[in-house]
Design a protein around this ligand. Structure first.
Ligand code: URP
Ligand code: ZN
Ligand code: ZN
Length: 583
């Protein structure tokens, strides 16, 4: 493996690389699988099917026994971000190189302006940092880290002129990026007006601030204080509050990095009562490790796990979060990749509040999810595609150009070997920091080939990324998946003329809204339901409490061996929604 960046190949030398045939694989989309060949030309999937007529000189990859899936979309990265007095270790080259090595072919990074900084200026800085470095396509969310009328104007401009359709607001990081509830409400309202998507970091910043004062005063200064200052309840309260505020202003909502069972519970209730929709994202870190690491006596080890919201000490968390992903209580998995060198984490050696927040994940997200979710029978490969790729494409209005293997889509593809084995280690990973929160985990299943815009960038395990190959993706507003086909949603209350004066009630567009008694009853009698996901043979997946299929006769390899008997499987209830949007 070489670390030297490969530069863009001149166009006249590219012709032999322009045509590619992936033969004999099983194509997996979020709504079904079929045995089909995939033909690619000039970065676009041209044909998917059998007995394709292909021009001579086309490179062929034999995918017998392998799955052909859309490249991963990581909806949450932080490359080259300055925060808490430090700068993340992975820039847009190293970060996207690591992404591609693990099978991710699109990332969505966050522009995070300083308090008082112009959003457009920050956006331009990010474009400058990224455009010539990215090894795969990327898009940008923009943080609304302070509020004023000028921020609102810039949000409008970002949507209409700069290809941004999502804005992240913080309910934590008091005195830095946090908005108060009034500002949050106006920011969400603005998102809805612009037909953009409001995203929220859901933790109660005031509770964290007070708990922190008390912990430091009592002498708890180590990394364990980070989780103690912000337990599950602090996250769940903010999830509920964010949902209520979004509901008040009829704004669709996306909650980033959901880390706890309590937060999932709050989200599930909101999802069942709310329209416009609420989406929940969790992280590879949440399903791949846990909060017991904060008690590790080694500061370097414990601090490397510090992120916000924190990993949870409850040992049931990873499985519960995986089940929530399978059941559509959560819709996506990101990485929140935000790595810092040891010297930077040491800024918080004597005060946990000064440890720069962030962990790795962009490289191992897919392998960890496959190992923990698919190999255990919790979710099937279709749901894997949904939560790791297609749902992000749908929600951020990139679908079906991204997130789908179909004629007309970008040729961002994985040839996934469900039998490939490796042990995750900082000794072999591609990201910049010599620490990996998944260190030592044995994973079965990984990318053998990764195709980025039609170019083979992981070639039978050999990484051949091209610096600057990726493009900036404009994400258009008014996403039909979220806003439902363009009909205006009423945003102004309609006056009701009563004969007698009455107590004022909020009037909405007829949708049941925040009936507190319903929500409370649901909280008491919470039940877990299955999404009806099926295995590659259409078999029902594991119900909660059912035996672990890893210890049974179920295996992806065996399912693959039986392919000749069943060449196409349709999932009755597509996990990411119906795929009627193809050309
Ligand atoms: O700890 C985290 N999550 N660091 C990155 C910033 C954020 O809140 O996403
Ligand atoms: Zn956050
Ligand atoms: Zn983040």
């Amino acid at each position: 493996m070489t670390n030297a960046p490969v530069k863009k190949v001149p166009i006249h030398l590219q012709s032999s690389q322009n045509r590619l045939l992936i033969k004999n694989g099983r194509v997996v989309n979020d709504d079904g699988m079929e045995d089909a060949d995939v033909y690619i030309e000039d970065g676009i999937i041209k044909q998917v099917g059998r007995n394709l007529i292909i021009p001579g000189g086309t490179r062929t990859i034999d995918a017998t026994g392998k799955l052909v899936m859309p490249g991963g979309i990581d909806p949450h990265t932080h490359f080259e971000l300055e925060m808490m007095g430090a700068k993340t270790a992975d820039d847009f080259y190293k970060g996207t190189r690591a992404a591609v090595a693990g099978g991710t072919t699109t990332v969505i990074d966050f522009v995070l302006p300083q308090k008082g900084q112009s959003l457009i200026e920050a956006y331009n800085n990010w474009r400058q940092k990224a455009d010539n470095k990215v090894c795969c396509d990327y898009a940008l969310h923009v943080g609304v880290t302070w509020w004023s009328p000028s921020v609102k104007k810039e949000m409008e401009q970002l949507v209409s002129e700069h290809g941004v359709n999502s804005f992240k607001m913080f309910m934590a990081y008091k005195d830095a990026w946090m908005l108060d509830d009034y500002e949050l409400m106006v920011a969400m309202e603005t998102c809805a007006e612009l037909r953009a998507l409001a995203q929220v970091h859901a933790e109660n910043g005031n509770i964290i601030a007070r708990n922190t004062e008390k912990l430091l005063a009592s002498g708890i200064t180590g990394p364990e204080g980070h989780q103690l200052s912000r337990d599950e309840e602090v996250e769940a309260e903010a999830v509920n509050r964010a949902c209520v505020i979004a509901n008040q202003v009829n704004a669709p909502l996306y909650i980033v990095h959901i880390m706890s069972k309590s937060a999932v519970k709050a989200l599930r209730i909101a999802r069942s009562r709310q329209n416009p929709p609420v989406y929940g994202e969790t992280l590879a870190a949440t399903v791949g490790t846990d909060g017991t690491h904060y008690k590790n006596a080694c500061f370097r080890h414990a601090a490397a796990h510090v992120l916000s919201p924190p990993l949870r000490p409850d040992p049931d968390t990873p499985d519960a979060i995986l089940q929530a992903l399978a059941d559509d209580d959560l819709q996506l998995i990101g990485s929140d990749h935000c790595t810092f060198h040891e010297k930077d984490k040491e800024l918080g050696k004597n005060d946990f509040t000064k440890i720069p927040n962030g962990v790795n994940g962009v490289e191992d997200r897919l392998a960890i999810l496959w190992q923990k979710g698919v190999n255990t029978g919790i979710m099937d490969p279709c749901r894997f595609v949904s939560v790791s790729s297609a749902a992000a494409a749908r929600i951020f209005n990139l679908y079906p150009r991204k997130g789908r293997v179909a004629a007309g889509a970008d040729a961002d593809l994985l040839v996934w070997d469900p039998r490939a084995e490796r042990t995750v280690s900082a000794a072999t990973h591609r990201q910049a920091v010599p620490f990996n929160i998944f260190e030592g985990q044995h994973v079965v299943g990984g990318p053998q080939y990764v195709i980025v815009n039609g170019r083979v960038c992981l070639d039978d395990g050999e990484l051949r990324v091209v610096e600057g190959l990726g493009k900036f993706l404009k994400t258009p507003p008014n996403c039909p998946y979220i806003y439902g086909g363009g009909e205006e949603m009423p945003r102004t209350p309609q006056k009701v003329d009563y004969p007698e004066p009455t107590t004022p009630n909020r009037v909405t567009n007829g949708t049941p809204t925040n009936d507190v008694s319903v929500a409370t009853k649901q909280l008491d009698g919470m039940s877990v339901t299955s999404s009806g996901c099926s295995t590659p043979t259409g078999r029902k997946m594991r119900e909660p409490g059912q035996r672990d299929l890893q210890n049974s006769t179920f295996s992806i390899s065996k399912e693959m061996e039986g392919l000749d008997q069943k060449t196409s499987v349709r999932v009755r209830n597509p996990p990411g929604g119906k795929s009627s949007g193809l050309w």
